[in-house]
Structure formats: C-alpha cells, structure tokens
Ligand binder design. Structure first.
Ligand code: HEM
Length: 107
C-alpha cells in the first residue's frame, strides 16, 4: 500500500494524513506484545487498563476506512464496513447490558 500509493514514512504530513491508521496499528502492536501471561502478571491492574485501548479501534478503524475510501469503494470496502458495523453493534449491546446490570445492583 505504501509503495502503491507512494506514501513516504519520512514526511511528518503522512502521520497527520493517516492518523487513524497509524494509531490503530500502534494500538494493535501494543496489544499483541502484551497478550501473554508474563505481561498479565507484570502489569497487574494496568494490563486491563491498557487492553481497554481495544475499544478505541471500534471508532478509529471505521473512521479510517470511510475517510480513505470516500468516493472509490472497492470489493473489500463493504465487507470492512460490515465488520466495523457488527463490532459497533456488539460494543453498544455490551455497554447496555453492563448498564442494566449496574442499575440492578443499585450502582
Ligand atoms: C491496523 C491498521 C489498519 C487497518 C486495519 C487498515 C484497514 C484498511 C481498510 C480495510 C481499508 C479499505 C480497503 C478497501 O476497501 O479496499 C484501508 C484503506 C486504506 N488504508 Fe488502511 N488500515 C490500517 C492502517 C493504515 C496505515 C498505517 C496507513 C498509512 C500508512 C493506511 C493507509 C490506507 C490507505 C491509503 C487506504 C486507501 C486505499 C485505497 O484508496 O485503495 N492504513 N485501510
């Protein structure tokens, strides 16, 4: 993609233009590196906090895809948008279940 679109990593503007993509890949790298028993033990409560970064991807990736594919969708784009929509629905459903459970406990 970098080669095809002639995107240079040496220009600061690239990081501004692809802010959502670079943020997503950074988050995914952090999650991949810390997805092991050693990190869970070492980071303790911070591990859970760190892995909450996953939730940012639910918003960053659809933003990235819709922004970058605006006006020139390929055969991959509808599939990507469908997956992002399912993710968002599951996230909202989970949040609503958590809220109902919290109300039940009087929190
Ligand atoms: C894990 C991180 C990323 C994911 C999951 C991701 C995913 C995607 C997806 C699904 C598309 C739509 C492709 C299509 O419909 O054909 C897309 C488009 C695009 N992405 Fe990313 N991306 C990520 C990171 C990045 C980064 C870091 C860059 C920049 C260096 C980037 C540059 C682009 C560009 C230029 C397009 C438009 C492609 C086109 O016009 O055909 N992406 N990305």
């Amino acid at each position: 993609m970098l080669w095809q679109k002639k995107i240079t990593l040496l220009d600061f503007q690239t990081y501004i233009n692809y802010f959502q993509g670079f943020s997503s890949i950074t988050i995914l790298t952090i999650l991949a590196i810390t997805s092991n028993d050693f990190s869970v033990k070492r980071l303790k409560q911070n591990w859970k906090k760190l892995h909450k970064l996953t939730y940012l991807l639910i918003f960053l990736l659809p933003w990235h895809i819709l922004d970058k594919m605006n006006g020139h969708w390929t055969h991959i784009t509808p599939l990507a948008v469908l997956i992002m929509t399912i993710n968002l629905i599951l996230f909202l459903q989970r949040k609503s279940i958590e809220q109902i459970q919290a109300q039940g406990k009087g929190v």
